[in-house]
Design a protein around this ligand. Structure first.
Ligand SMILES: Cc1cc2nc3c(=O)[nH]c(=O)nc-3n(C[C@H](O)[C@H](O)[C@H](O)COP(=O)(O)OP(=O)(O)OC[C@H]3O[C@@H](n4cnc5c(N)ncnc54)[C@H](O)[C@@H]3O)c2cc1C
Length: 540
């Protein structure tokens, strides 16, 4: 057994695997240590009953960088995206419904059922979001420009690093300048609240509520809170689904992405060990020198990258006193609030929606994301419950049925239904505990779908429920936050994970952050892993 490596990666989430692959491709001897029985982090497929496989947490792809797909040659390792058309379906209590997707004519006709004005405005709204996304996306491929005037003792930089910051700052400036007259609205989108933006663009509540769900995914924020605009943008970025912002399924579930990444990494010479939880990051003379595993094994390396959250990396894996007190205090301020839950179901038949009936064949209502979120008021009320420390009385649900296009996940004729639930707050009111609420709240979510598709509850054969607490326990995601830290402006770009430390480096020399905790944050992007590897190679 080798005990000496160039680089050890703590955590085999998709970013850890991407980071490892890039480092090994450059000739480094790399070991990935994963605490779970398999790699993949929040992007894993699991059999919940014989013959029924689900994407346990993450379930759709859009943001994965084309650079990562190509550099790791992921299609050769089994990665295949299955497009969705239509990509969304919103059933409404009054018996109407809204279908939307890459088919512009269909989307126009569907929105026009609610408002002719909105049908005309929608392509312009999409075009604007595309312009903003195209302005922002290049900035995700490198460390963010850090122009914050921090005290020198917080972060010392060489003149070469300072010059790089200036060049990145120039690229940021130029990218934003590219928005021209639209810059004020762009800044509002990047920093402000989603609701006023949607209210200005559209009049139909059904359309606004459908779009607004993108703004609250993974956040414990109401749609009227600043920061939700960026989450809205985040969810229309990326091309991995086949077209901009159209999220796709991955054949075999999201685990197929990370299995492909693992195969690519191993092909480059990476060693991967599962069931290998790191108990401590070791340092010698102020430099990261290796790890001690839970089983007592000690492994040495010239450098380490952590795929774990900043809280786990800095507060749990490093001994007290290893970091400057001001840095430790800042880590304790990171916002991990979260209100997301996942329910995965095996069902004997498709949901038969009253407003668009049909269950014998897959219909347009089954292929995309099904939004149980009929009005903006419904979303605000659902948030109010969570804010008071209770799971929403009427929760917001996003259902996906991957078996509508992927035949590898369930026996013929049967289906997988995945429900992403907001708002289910990690922090509950006094006296409440998720272990007691889990089953009852899942029943409430299922009943909410049943109101629109009366055959739904009776069709369920097996279920897997992940409360925010389960998400934390299973994936070591602090506070159950699906993005390894909230995606609000104060925790994005040069502020992620902390001001002064957004270039994947940390106050411990030789220790880097390579996961969603770092720029550009959460989602299955591969960006933090790739960027971190390139920065490490620069240093090493
Ligand atoms: C319920 C849910 C739904 C989501 N839906 C989507 C979606 O549809 N599309 C999308 O793009 N994104 C989605 N996301 C977000 C996305 O999955 C994450 O942002 C992304 O997986 C983060 O990847 P990562 O590699 O940075 O970290 P993670 O996936 O969090 O992986 C970190 C890894 O480190 C390991 N680890 C931690 N501590 C240690 C230790 N001490 N020793 C060894 N190993 C350790 C963990 O076990 C884990 O495997 C979702 C997330 C969740 C939770």
């Amino acid at each position: 057994m080798n005990t000496n490596y160039d680089i050890i990666i703590v955590g085999g989430g998709h970013n850890g695997l991407v980071c490892a692959a890039y480092l090994a491709r450059a000739g480094k001897k790399v070991l990935v240590l994963e605490r779970n029985a398999e790699v993949g982090g929040a992007a894993v497929t699991e059999e919940i009953a014989p013959g029924y496989r689900v994407s346990v947490a993450s379930y759709l792809i859009s943001l994965l960088l084309p650079e990562v797909v190509n550099d790791l040659d992921l299609p050769r390792h089994g990665y295949k995206v299955l497009g969705r058309n239509p990509s969304s379906f919103t059933p409404l209590p009054d018996g109407r419904s809204l279908l939307m997707g890459p088919d512009a004519a269909l989307t126009h006709a569907e929105i026009a059922k609610f408002s002719q004005r909105d049908a005309t405005a929608y392509p312009q709204y999409e075009a604007w979001l595309t312009r903003v996304a195209e302005c922002i996306e290049p900035l995700l491929l490198e460390p963010p420009a850090d122009l914050i005037p921090l005290p020198a003792h917080w972060r010392r930089r060489t003149w070469v690093q300072k010059l790089r910051e200036l060049l990145r700052g120039r690229r940021l400036y130029q990218a934003l300048r590219g928005m021209g007259d639209e810059l004020p609205q762009t800044i509002e989108l990047l920093t402000g609240a989603a609701r006023p933006i949607l209210d200005r663009w559209f009049e139909s509540d059904a359309l606004k509520a459908t779009l607004a769900t993108d703004a609250i995914i993974g956040a414990q924020q109401p749609i009227s809170a600043p920061g939700t605009g960026y989450v809205l943008l985040h969810h229309v970025m990326g091309l991995a689904g086949g077209a901009r912002g159209v999220w796709g399924y991955v054949e075999g579930g999201m685990g197929a992405v990370t299995q492909a990444m693992a195969r690519a990494a191993v092909g480059f010479g990476v060693e991967i060990r599962c069931n290998a939880e790191v108990a401590e990051i070791l340092t010698a003379n102020g430099r990261a020198s290796g790890v001690r595993l839970m089983n007592g094994d000690v492994l040495q390396a010239k450098a380490l990258a952590s795929n774990a959250t900043a809280a786990v990396t800095f507060s749990r894996l490093l001994p007290a006193g290893a970091l400057p007190a001001s840095f430790t205090a800042a880590v304790q301020c990171i916002d991990y609030s979260s209100a997301s839950m996942k329910i995965n179901l095996a069902v004997s038949e498709l949901p038969d929606f009253t407003c668009l009936p049909g269950k014998a064949e897959v219909g347009p209502q089954h292929r995309g994301t099904i939004h149980i979120s009929p009005t903006l008021q419904y979303i605000e009320r659902a948030y109010d419950d969570a804010n008071a420390g209770r799971p929403s009385q009427a929760p917001i649900l996003e259902l996906t049925i991957p078996t509508s296009v992927d035949k590898t996940l369930a026996p013929a004729g049967h289906h997988i239904v995945q429900m992403f639930v907001q708002y289910a707050p990690y922090r509950l009111a006094t006296g409440l505990h998720w272990d007691a609420l889990r089953e009852g709240f899942a029943d409430r979510c299922i009943a909410a779908v049943n109101d629109y598709a009366p055959n739904f509850a009776a069709s369920i054969l097996h279920r897997q429920i992940l409360t925010p607490l389960d998400i934390e326990r299973r994936f070591a995601l602090t506070g159950g936050n699906i993005f390894q830290g909230a995606m609000s402006l104060h925790q994005l770009f040069s502020m992620r994970p902390l001001p002064g430390w957004a270039d994947y480096r940390t106050p411990i020399s030789g220790l880097y952050l390579c996961g969603a905790a770092a720029h550009p944050g959460g989602g299955v992007t591969g960006a933090p892993g790739r960027n971190c590897a390139l920065e490490m190679l620069r240093d090493l």
